[in-house]
Write a protein that binds this ligand. Structure first.
Ligand SMILES: *[C@@H]1O[C@H](CO)[C@@H](O)[C@H](O)[C@H]1NC(C)=O
Length: 192
């Protein structure tokens, strides 16, 4: 990708206003069929974890859903540029909390990260999250792709909860269908 990236750098045309320059280069490289859009498969090639493994499908799909304003299952240059900037922020956070630079966030590191983001969650809950989002067969830990998935889903679910917890007691009463709507909303329409 590095050499492709350089080639594109030198042949770069006019970058539309508001589009991140680095995102523009990547978009040209990744949009292999030059459709002007990138789909999940193409996106997967653009995003890598610390050890260069590609992002998991669920996270890529979630991101397409977040940044695909046309609801067509693909992203244009503007959507991709917004995603690019969103990614830089998550990558910086991830690197900040991955204190031992292992490329993976441990249960303890996740708990510290979530505490600093304002989530009051128990160490046991963080361990459960890490177990749920670890790559099967590897040592427990969350890579960048799943870290973004976890944080984005927590953020959306918390928002759903807070909207109902108007008295801020930390408890809500919720009926079955409202509960299901919250889950569906969080999984399919995650907000940045
Ligand atoms: C990257 O790390 C994950 C999780 O530890 C592991 O399953 C995967 O095989 C690694 N990939 C590469 C390319 O080293």
């Amino acid at each position: 990708f590095t050499s492709l990236l350089l080639m594109n750098f030198f042949s770069a045309g006019n970058i539309p206003p508001g589009v991140n320059q680095e995102a523009y280069q990547w978009f040209q490289t990744v949009d292999t069929d030059h459709s002007g859009f990138i789909n999940v498969k193409e996106l997967k090639q653009a995003l890598v974890n610390s050890n260069w493994s590609s992002f998991n499908d669920e996270t890529c799909l979630m991101m397409i859903n977040m940044f695909d304003k046309t609801r067509s299952g693909r992203m244009d240059l503007f959507g991709f540029s917004a995603l690019w900037e969103f990614m830089q922020r998550w990558r910086a956070l991830f690197q900040h909390y991955d204190r031992d630079r292992s490329g993976c966030i441990s249960g303890t590191e996740l708990q510290q990260a979530l505490a600093q983001m304002g989530y009051n969650l128990s160490p046991q809950f963080s361990e459960t999250l890490v177990r749920r989002f670890s790559v099967p067969g590897s040592r427990p830990g969350i890579q960048l792709d799943r870290f973004i998935q976890v944080c984005t889903q927590l953020q959306t679910m918390t928002q759903v909860f807070r909207e109902r917890d108007t008295a801020m007691t930390g408890n809500i009463r919720i009926n079955y269908e409202d509960f299901l709507s919250g889950v569906i909303f969080s999984v399919f329409n995650a907000l940045p």
